[in-house]
Ligand binder design. Structure first.
Ligand code: SAM
Length: 285
């Protein structure tokens, strides 16, 4: 290794950020620093302790090129942060999103309020992000999770191993018949993007999240309709359901619950940017 082939982290990050910004990445500096930290086996906050980088530079350049081609950052690092947990992720599973942390937080509050031994079902669990957060933050909770896609289910198996979560491969429509009328909280981040919205979806999602995780019929509400009837079957009277939806579905998703006549306290919640993000409702007694 010659002195000429060594580079300083801040120079590498500056050059990579410019390249990522040109490629249309929203958070170029963050992504560049995350990739460099990943390559060096350290964290972003400890990069300032690294003086010079040698052979790892070539690996970093390859990853920056892949990110510039809009491969998701988390596919390149192999992990995704969600609330207080880290999930293993990669091709074949939906990447957990920061906005879903709000829905997970609501589910955690409801499970705590239900008291010791609360029973919670995470339908459409993907990587297991919500289920893992619930067991992480609610002592003594009983969690059941279901996922239809075998590839996503395999990721959930990795993430939920040793947690005690009952993880099933199957359709939420007929999941957990043994729990009928016995669940305190049903939580779901289902597919909900209307087919017509294809062109407005970011390349990272459109090209790398599994199609089954994204689309849900013409109006994007097909899975939410299945969720409504499944939650009514699973919940005890007075139990709670919460579901994420698209920002344009604040009224239409609520309509699904209001029209069935089975729910009280149907309410929509905004995300941190003020957009309609998730709906909660309570099964009538
Ligand atoms: C938007 S992703 C959310 C994944 C995870 N809950 C999260 O928040 O990161 C939706 C997930 O639902 C799964 N899915 C779609 N239809 C389903 C069904 N009928 N039953 C169970 N899972 C389903 C998809 O495979 C995908 O993993």
């Amino acid at each position: 290794m010659t002195a000429a082939s060594l580079a300083r982290p801040r120079d590498l990050i500056r050059e990579a950020s410019a390249r990522l910004a040109d490629a249309g990445i929203d958070s170029p500096e963050y992504d560049a620093a995350e990739l460099l930290a990943h390559v060096l086996g350290t964290t972003r906050s400890r990069l300032s302790l690294v003086d010079e980088i040698g052979a790892e530079q070539a690996v970093f350049e390859v990853l920056v090129g892949r990110r510039a081609a809009r491969e998701p950052l988390q596919h390149l690092t192999g992990s995704a942060a969600f609330r207080h947990v880290e999930l293993q992720v990669g091709p074949g599973v939906f990447l957990p999103r920061p906005e879903t942390e709000l829905l997970a937080g609501w589910a955690i509050e409801r499970a705590v309020a239900a008291g010791p031994g609360a029973v919670l079902a995470d339908l459409c669990c993907g990587s297991g992000a919500i289920a893992l957060s619930v067991v992480d933050e609610v002592p003594g909770v009983e969690v059941h999770a279901v996922e239809l896609d075998p590839s996503a289910h395999a990721w959930a198996q990795r993430n939920l191993a040793t947690t005690g979560v009952d993880l099933q491969l199957g359709d939420m429509a007929d999941a957990f018949p043994e729990l009928d009328s016995g669940v305190d909280v049903v939580v779901c981040n289902p597919p909900y993007i209307p087919l017509e919205a294809w062109a407005s979806v970011a390349p990272e999602a459109r090209d790398h999240d599994p199609p089954l995780a994204l689309w849900s019929g013409e109006d994007g509400l097909d899975a939410i309709r299945v969720l409504e009837s499944t939650a009514a079957r699973l919940l005890r009277p007075g139990g709670w359901v919460g579901t994420e939806h698209a920002d344009v579905q604040g009224e239409s998703a609520a309509q699904v619950f209001v029209e069935s006549g089975r729910w009280t306290e149907v309410r929509d919640h905004p995300d941190l940017a003020g957009r309609a993000r998730y709906l909660t409702a309570r099964l009538a007694r």
